[in-house]
Structure formats: structure tokens, C-alpha cells
Design a protein around this ligand. Structure first.
Ligand code: DAH
Length: 335
């Protein structure tokens, strides 16, 4: 073979190589092209021995051309591989595999206090009560006077109240909602009112300066403490379960007469747990809202929402409700 023949051959092989390389579209096809041209028995590799047979004057130029082809081929194959892997990752980015499990985004859930409030509302709605609301910022009149606690009365001391002005305060109980509902409704009245309350209490395991109460009021003709007892028993049974006992004992509240303290006892337990205050609405309160105590009577009941949740779920410290610790909150998902 003359050096001219060899250079002619190199050009042909180059053509053939470029054509095959351009057609290779998978890693294994690229590898096939590599083996076919640059492998030990590949077309390009096979040309090298012919160099030795060339006359000395043409050998250097032909050798340089052959080495250049070898380098160009290797470079081209590398470029092919690069193009392929770029395209693959591009494709990966675009591809949507609808069989993959989705990315989970937590949507959260109501806080335990909201769950318990909802549950209590459901129970009383089922007994024919409506859910009423009242303002958290109250007048002194609705919070005290109308509830038969005149200015200077020592009972005011029982509610350690945050005052906002001389006549406005943060309500320390939900009882003023009784007044607001009766002021705007003719009897009969049958409501509960869950709501946030505030007291100047130092925080400890059972006290919090902000907490929730649930107020209950039923005004009608011919109601007695027996009806109150019945309503409480049905509530305790629905909220805590069967087998609980309840007990009334004497107490004092300015807005009820007689006034009672309510206790309940878990099945198999010795001790009684206080669950709230109650009583027959005082005639002075009925008169204050324009009701006639000769024709209507009724009872009221007030209890702490946190206390109910603590008894039901075995929570020992009232501060955990507002500590914002997700490890606590996530333990209580709505059913
Ligand atoms: N408002 C009272 C308190 O916060 C609780 C209470 C007692 C509410 C007797 C009532 C009731 O409706 O009749 O201590």
C-alpha cells in the first residue's frame, strides 16, 4: 500500500465512522461503534500495522493522519455519550410518573380544644340546644351587675378580672352570655355557649390566665333541678361513657338560687371530681332581663372545657394546651 492509498483509506474510514457515530442513539450503540472502529480489531486500529509497510518518506504524514483520526473518533464518541446523558436527565426532569406515590403535604387538623368543643356542641345540639356566642371583651354590667353581683359585692373577688377601662373587662366567665341571650330572646331559651375567658391567675398545672368555659342555659316553664340533673347525666354519659355517677352538693353563686356544685365519679373509683357550678337562675337575674319569674324559671350550668378534656384524655397539665408543642397536638386527631 502506498502512503496515498493509506490516506485515501483513512478518509473513507473517517466518513464511515462519522456516519455510524451520528446514528448511534443509545449507550450500547455508541459502544458498538467504539468497538467497531477503535477496538483491538477495529477498523481504525487495523490501519496502524500498514504504516510499517510504507516507504519512510510518507510514513510520518500518514501516521499523523491516522493518529488524528483515532483522536477525533474518541472525541466524537465522548461527545455522543455526553449528548445522550444530557438528554436523559432532561427527560427525567420532564417525565411525570403517575404511578409514583405523591409527595405528602400535611394539611394539619384541629387542636384538641377545638375537637372537644365540637364534640360538646354536637352532644347538646342533639338535645335541642343552640350554640350561642358572646364577646370576649365584656361590659361590667353584663359580667357582674346583671348577674346579681353589684359593685362592691364581695363575690366580685371570686373573679380575678382584667379590666380594660372603668366599665370594660376581659370576661372571666361565660355567664354574661346568659344575659345577652335573654336580653335579645323571648323564652323559652335553650343554649350553650363555649368561649374563651381570662383571669388574673398565676399559671400552674391547673390554672391558666386564658382558658375556655362552656355555659348552659335553659329557661322555660316548670323547669326544676331534676331537669338539670337529667341534662347533666345525659351529657356525662355521652361525653365520658356509661357508668359514671353524678352528684349535686350545695354551693353559692349570686346568679343562681339554689346553687350547686356538680361532681362526677368514674366507674370503680372512690373519689368525686368537680365538673362545674350550676343552679336555678336567680329571679333577680330573670327580672333584670325583663322575664317574669312568676311564669318562667330555668337553670344554668358552667364548666371548664380544658378540665373536661383533661379528665377525658388523662392530661395532667393545663399549660400543655397552649404550649404549641406539636408532639402534644399531633396525639389528638379528630375521629
Ligand atoms: N360562672 C361561674 C364561674 O365562672 C360558673 C357557673 C356557676 C356558671 C353556676 C353557671 C352557674 O351558669 O349556674 O365560676
Amino acid at each position: 500500500m502506498s502512503s496515498g492509498d493509506l490516506e485515501q483509506r483513512i478518509a473513507e474510514v473517517r466518513e464511515a465512522f462519522l456516519e455510524r457515530a451520528a446514528a448511534a442513539s443509545t449507550p450500547s450503540e455508541i459502544e458498538e461503534v467504539r468497538v467497531a472502529f477503535l477496538g483491538r480489531k477495529g477498523t481504525i486500529s487495523q490501519l496502524f500495522p500498514s504504516l510499517g509497510a510504507l516507504p519512510a518518506d510518507g510514513r510520518a504524514a500518514a501516521g499523523a493522519a491516522l493518529n488524528a483520526l483515532k483522536a477525533e473518533a474518541a472525541e466524537q464518541l465522548e461527545a455522543c455519550r455526553q449528548r445522550l446523558s444530557d438528554a436523559a436527565s432532561d427527560g427525567e426532569r420532564r417525565a411525570v410518573d403517575i404511578t409514583l406515590p405523591g409527595v405528602y403535604h400535611s394539611v394539619g387538623h384541629p387542636h384538641l380544644l377545638s375537637i372537644v368543643q365540637r364534640e360538646i356542641e354536637e352532644i347538646f345540639l342533639g338535645m335541642g340546644f343552640d350554640v350561642a356566642v358572646g364577646p370576649e371583651i365584656e361590659t361590667e354590667y353584663h359580667n357582674f351587675e346583671a348577674l346579681n353581683i353589684p359593685a362592691g359585692h364581695p363575690a366580685r373577688e371570686d373573679w380575678d378580672t382584667f379590666y380594660i377601662s372603668d366599665t370594660l373587662l376581659l370576661r372571666p366567665h361565660t355567664s354574661p352570655v346568659q344575659i345577652r341571650v335573654m336580653e335579645s330572646t323571648e323564652p323559652p331559651v335553650r343554649i350553650i355557649c363555649p368561649g374563651r375567658c381570662f383571669r388574673r391567675d398565676a399559671q400552674d398545672a391547673t390554672h391558666s390566665p386564658t382558658f375556655f368555659q362552656v355555659e348552659l342555659l335553659w329557661i322555660d316553664e316548670q323547669l326544676s333541678l331534676a331537669n338539670l340533673r337529667y341534662v347533666i347525666d345525659r351529657f356525662v354519659e355521652a361525653f365520658f361513657g356509661p357508668g359514671y355517677e353524678t352528684r349535686l352538693s350545695g354551693d353559692f353563686f349570686p346568679f343562681t338560687e339554689p346553687s350547686v356544685q356538680l361532681h362526677m365519679r368514674e366507674p370503680g373509683e372512690e373519689s368525686w371530681l368537680e365538673i362545674g357550678g350550676a343552679g336555678m337562675v336567680d329571679p333577680a337575674v330573670l327580672e333584670c332581663v325583663g322575664y317574669d319569674p312568676e311564669t318562667v324559671s330555668g337553670f344554668a350550668f358552667g364548666f371548664g372545657l380544658e378540665r373536661m378534656a383533661m379528665l377525658k384524655y388523662g392530661i395532667r397539665d393545663i399549660r400543655t394546651f397552649l404550649a404549641n408543642d406539636l408532639r402534644f397536638i399531633r396525639q389528638f386527631r379528630p375521629a
